[in-house]
Design a binder for this molecule. Structure first.
Ligand code: FHN
Length: 449
């Protein structure tokens, strides 16, 4: 008897399992988008956009939101453990009457930056654009009442610079961001919420707005997934939506993990590719996708009135060179003030970098990582039949490099085009390194085609 009922129970379990399996397969089949994105084949436009992104090399990252009113960075909501009701007062003080899209874009260009990535919303969930999905946005909640992203997008199109939107998947404000993640605190939200609606209605709804109301955009820069690493973020659906609305728009995730299907670039926060000095990047570096490394001009992302640890132009130039030598872009952040102005400490440093790039840009823009692995001495970049040897840290008059496959026909010092002595053998290449007080002594090796 006992044996029989055990067998019947086992049969019931199997049929239950089969039904569950059938339902799961049906659900996956029904969501054709998810499957489509898993087998993601980037379009021709997307591949072209990836190449252009790799050529672009240097971008301006902008963290700007209602948090800037408090001058204490973009995490102030969380760091001060404010309640939602308290934070709700902040937009009332956000009136950036000095915001000038034209001046921002002009500054980026003068700095030699070729694209801009701006926070369309950060972890406070506050939309810095005109959103119909919720009234938690700049047009409806602030005395400013205007959409700065619209103005910025128009200006970027006018001045020929690509605009990317940072979008935080993490949300400290919306009750439907539930179950909450690692950064949650008791800020007065109810202990319930509709996660699927948060992703499918709220987030995808806003992404749809960003991808339809602002003309062609460079892509979406995601951040915050690390708050709930084990959650189902409906990525396939969201990525498919982005590529469907704008095939050339790049999906750039800052989830600190190896790339997933549907993503178009790999991001490294405050680190060069493959390094994990910041403590949260993966050391895996894809060979398939463009790479980007982001960092900030001082120590903060959003406006921080007390942060004066500005990197000097020499250091910034070094970072651009190291990024390029590691086959990566550098996305350099500034946090504008709540009145809309970019503080002079940022502007002057950026302009100095722009001066340097106007002279040495050929060794950076449009290049790829060179044939010689980066070392303590410096890095190489390459373009067509030129290898740029960037000597960042070397005091001797000669530099011995590993062998390279092509024949070096000429070596010149980039700063004054003077010819340099070079010898090449199967053991390697020895180049003369002139003395100079430049941060980056660039030697141009012309190789046989
Ligand atoms: O938490 C954010 C932080 O505020 C900032 O936006 C940076 C930019 O890369 N990303 C997150 C941390 O990973």
């Amino acid at each position: 008897m006992k044996k029989q009922s055990r067998t019947r129970g086992w049969r019931l379990d199997v049929s239950r399992l089969l039904v569950t399996l059938a339902l799961t397969v049906a659900a996956i089949l029904a969501s054709g988008v998810a499957i489509a994105q898993t087998n993601y084949e980037p379009t021709k436009e997307n591949l072209q956009a990836r190449r252009e992104f790799q050529d672009a090399k240097f971008g301006m990252f902008i963290h700007w939101g209602v948090y800037s009113v408090l001058g204490d960075g973009e995490w102030v909501f969380h760091n001060r453990k404010l309640a939602v009701d308290e934070y709700n007062r902040l937009p009332l003080f956000f009136d950036p009457e000095k915001f000038d899209a034209k001046a921002w874009v002009a500054l980026a260009k003068a700095a030699g930056m070729t694209y801009i990535t701006i926070t369309s919303r950060h972890h406070d969930g506050f939309a810095m654009f005109d959103s119909k999905v919720s009234d938690w946005n700049i047009v409806q909640r602030t005395p400013y009442k205007k959409d700065p992203l619209k103005m910025l997008a128009e200006e970027c199109h006018r001045q020929g610079i690509k605009l990317f939107f940072y979008y935080s998947q993490l949300d400290w404000h919306n009750p439907d961001y539930y179950p909450r993640g690692a950064t949650s605190w008791d800020n007065g939200r109810p202990d319930r919420g509709d996660w699927n609606s948060y992703l499918d209605d709220y987030m995808d709804g806003q992404l749809r707005e960003l991808l339809t109301n602002y003309g062609p955009i460079g892509g979406i820069w995601f951040d915050g997934m690390w708050d709930k690493p084990d959650a189902d973020w409906h990525l396939a659906k969201t990525y498919a939506l982005i590529h469907e609305l704008q095939p050339a728009a790049l999906v750039i995730p800052n989830h600190h993990q190896s790339p997933k299907p549907g993503e178009d670039a790999q991001e490294f926060e405050r680190d060069l590719p493959g390094k994990n000095t910041a403590g949260f990047n993966t050391t895996y570096v894809t060979k398939q996708l463009p790479l980007e490394s982001c960092d900030t001009l001082n120590e903060s992302w959003g406006f921080n009135i007390a942060d004066s640890k500005y990197k000097n132009p020499d250091e910034l130039e070094r970072r651009i060179v190291q990024a390029a030598g590691n086959d990566s872009n550098l996305l350099l952040n500034i946090g504008p003030m709540p009145n809309g102005e970019i503080q002079p400490e940022f502007a002057t440093r950026l302009l100095a970098v722009g001066q340097w790039l106007s002279k040495y840009g050929d060794s950076i823009y449009g290049t790829r990582g060179g044939p010689i692995a980066p070392g303590d001495w410096g890095v190489t970049t390459q373009k067509e039949n030129r290898i740029y040897v960037h000597v960042l840290n070397w005091s001797s008059p000669l530099l011995a490099l590993p062998p390279i496959a092509t024949k070096v026909v000429e070596a010149r010092f980039m700063s004054d085009a003077s010819p340099l002595h070079v010898t090449q053998s199967t053991d390697g290449v020895i180049v003369q390194v002139p003395k100079s007080n430049e941060v980056d002594r660039v030697i141009v090796l012309t190789v046989a085609k």
